[in-house]
Each structure stands twice: as structure tokens, then as C-alpha cells.
Ligand binder design. Structure first.
Ligand code: B12
Ligand code: SF4
Ligand code: SF4
Length: 270
């Protein structure tokens, strides 16, 4: 990779990092975040070109977002250990701080993405996000834009049996992706498994921590999980509801659909 490309990657990481620092300093924001991670996926990677077969025929491809898509920029914003501690498995419901952090992070994504898109435009590049990524089917419980599949190809992490993408800084955080026409060398997927169970058959703490048994060694039951999220959403109605159907501009549902006991008290959290 040339110096120019390495510098651009570093500059983008710095833009994301300083944006988050400035955002959390606002008086109206309660949440604190850790150091973001950034990865760059090859938009033409065979795995990405196969996403319609892996996920669903409705899943979008990077070229559906930008004609000349070359790189999908994926970033991960970790929460803090202090926040994770509030969401203890001693209580069935999620903590109010966890619900608020979920909504504040989703709200921040809008401004952060706009900032990065304008930054890349100022450098002469095109960039855009998938509108599908901010909504999901409440029947099938899948979205037509999986941030994590792009983040995986961008080398940000590997999937644990908690069904989370685990990064080198853990899995207690949130992802977003921006499609670009950057002319940089893409990153490669990680080779070593970060989930202890996948690595050596140990741990399984996430399975014990799930209040509704949605996680087993055989896989993840999204319908069971969603019942728990709705239980929390019925309680946490004051922080908003951040998943929107762009075509209808109505929220998918009322309240904060959260839980996260599988990512706040696990050894792979941070
Ligand atoms: C729909 C949705 C849900 C649904 C269904 C969950 C699900 N995982 O399917 C519900 C509402 C139940 C839900 C619950 C939660 N969610 Co949710 N959800 C989404 C959403 C909007 C779409 C995900 C989706 O349907 N993608 C399409 C499907 C098919 O792909 P996928 O979910 O990425 O799942 C794939 C992986 O598990 C993968 N996989 C598993 N093993 C392996 C191994 C290999 C080698 C590969 C390649 C792939 C792979 O294959 C699956 C199927 O193809 C995303 C945001 C987005 N737009 O991406 C957030 C997202 C997945 N959710 C997230 C979180 C944090 C949660 C919760 C903890 C809730 C909370 N915040 O308190 C729980 C966790 C449940 C769990 N253990 O999975 C984060 C995950 C962060 C992370 N570290 O991975 C995301 C990425 C949001 C974000 N912006 O960061 N969620
Ligand atoms: S808690 Fe343990 S078994 Fe579960 S995903 Fe994390 S490392 Fe893997
Ligand atoms: S979010 Fe809660 S209900 Fe869903 S898998 Fe994790 S621990 Fe289980």
C-alpha cells in the first residue's frame, strides 16, 4: 500500500474518532463511547457479491447504493465497561442506561455518517449509506443491509456463538457502514476466531446469560430474542425508537428494543 493510501485510512479513522469525542462532550448526551475501530471491505469481494444468496434476494449490494462502489467502510463504536456493568444479568430487564445508550448511538450515526460523507466528498470521493440498514422486517427479523457481513469482510471481527461480531475490542458496541468509491487497498477478513467456544470449546457464558434461552450451541433463535426485546421496549418508551421504515417514515415499533445480556457480561464484551 502506498503512503497516500495509508494516510487516507488514518485520516478517516481520526475523523470518526474525533467526531465521537466531540459528540459525547455535548451536555445533552449521557452516553460515553470507547475508541472506534475502522475497516475497509472490498465491495467486489466474492462473499459480498454472494450476499443475495447468503441472506435474501432483497439484500442490497454496494453497487445498489453507489454505481462505482469500490470500498465499504465499516466502523465499530464500543460502549464502555461502566455502561456494561449497569446492564447486569442480576436483573431480567435491561438497564435504563443501556436503553438510552442504544437510542443515543443510533441517533449519533446519522450525524457521524453525514460528517464522514462530507469529509470524503471534500477529498473528491463519493459516499452514501443504505437506507435499508436503519430498518428491518419485524416478521422475518432480518434487514436488507447487514452491517456485520461488510464489517466481517473489512476484517473487523469474527462471529461468536452469541451471534455477535466480536472485534479486537470486543462485541459490546455498535456497527455502521458507508459505501464509497475510495481507491485504497481493502483490508482482509480476520483468520483467528475470537469466540472462546469456537476457538477451543470453552466459555459458553453468553448461553447462560440469555434470559429467554435464545442462544444455544446449535444457534440463535431470533424470535425468542425479539420477545425479550419487546418486553424491554414496553418499559423503555421515553428514549424514542430508532429503527424506522424509510418508506413509511414510521417507527418499526414503540420503545427501545434492547436487552444485550449476551454482550454486556461476557468475556468477549471488551
Ligand atoms: C434485525 C436485527 C435484530 C433482530 C434479529 C437479530 C439477528 N441477529 O438476526 C433483533 C431485533 C432480535 C435483534 C437483536 C439484537 N441486536 Co440487532 N440488529 C438487527 C439488524 C437491524 C439487522 C441484522 C440482520 O438481519 N442482518 C441480516 C442477517 C441475516 O445477518 P446478521 O444479523 O448480520 O446475522 C448473521 C450472522 O449471525 C452471521 N454469522 C453467524 N456466524 C457466522 C459465521 C461466519 C463465518 C459468517 C460469515 C457469518 C456468520 O450469519 C447470520 C445469518 O446470515 C442489525 C443492524 C444491521 N442493519 O445490520 C442489528 C444488529 C445485528 N443488532 C445488534 C445488537 C447489539 C442487538 C442486541 C444486543 C440488542 C441490543 N442492542 O440490546 C440483540 C442481540 C441478539 C443476538 N444475540 O444476535 C448489533 C450487533 C453488534 C455486534 N457486536 O455484532 C447490530 C449490528 C446493530 C448495530 N448497528 O451495531 N437485532
Ligand atoms: S461469551 Fe464466550 S462463548 Fe459466548 S460468544 Fe463470547 S467468547 Fe464465545
Ligand atoms: S439480546 Fe438478550 S434475549 Fe437476545 S440473545 Fe442476547 S441475551 Fe438473549
Amino acid at each position: 500500500m502506498t503512503d497516500k493510501h495509508q494516510t487516507l485510512k488514518g485520516q478517516i479513522e481520526e475523523e470518526i474518532s474525533s467526531f465521537v469525542k466531540n459528540y459525547e462532550a455535548k451536555t445533552e448526551i449521557s452516553t460515553k463511547w470507547g475508541q472506534p475501530l475502522v475497516g475497509f471491505a472490498d465491495a467486489k469481494h466474492p462473499f459480498i457479491l454472494n450476499l443475495k444468496n447468503i441472506i435474501s434476494s432483497q439484500h442490497e449490494l454496494p453497487t445498489d447504493i453507489l454505481n462505482d462502489a469500490s470500498i465499504v467502510l465499516a466502523y465499530y463504536i464500543p460502549f464502555t465497561k461502566e455502561l456494561a456493568k449497569t446492564n447486569s444479568t442480576k436483573h431480567r430487564l435491561a438497564s435504563s442506561q443501556w436503553a438510552l445508550a442504544y437510542e443515543e448511538t443510533n441517533a449519533m450515526f446519522k450525524y457521524l455518517n453525514q460528517h464522514i460523507i462530507e469529509y470524503l466528498n471534500s477529498k473528491g470521493y463519493n459516499a452514501a449509506i443504505s437506507k435499508e440498514s436503519s430498518t428491518f422486517s419485524t416478521e422475518k427479523l432480518i434487514s436488507n443491509w447487514s452491517h456485520r457481513h461488510f464489517a466481517y469482510i473489512a476484517g473487523l471481527g469474527t462471529f461468536g456463538i452469541n451471534n455477535m461480531l466480536i472485534t479486537k475490542s470486543g462485541c459490546c458496541g455498535r456497527f455502521f457502514t458507508i459505501v464509497t468509491n475510495l481507491d485504497i487497498v481493502p483490508d482482509r477478513p480476520m483468520v483467528n476466531e475470537l469466540c472462546l467456544y469456537k476457538k477451543n470449546g470453552s466459555c459458553k457464558i453468553c448461553l447462560k446469560n440469555c434470559p429467554v434461552g435464545a442462544l444455544t450451541e446449535l444457534g440463535y433463535n431470533r424470535t425468542k430474542c425479539y420477545t425479550m426485546l419487546k418486553e424491554n421496549a414496553a418499559v423503555y418508551t421515553e428514549f424514542g425508537s430508532s429503527y424506522f421504515d424509510e418508506t413509511l417514515t414510521t417507527a418499526n415499533s414503540t420503545g427501545s428494543e434492547v436487552c444485550g445480556k449476551c454482550i454486556t457480561s461476557s468475556p468477549c464484551a471488551f
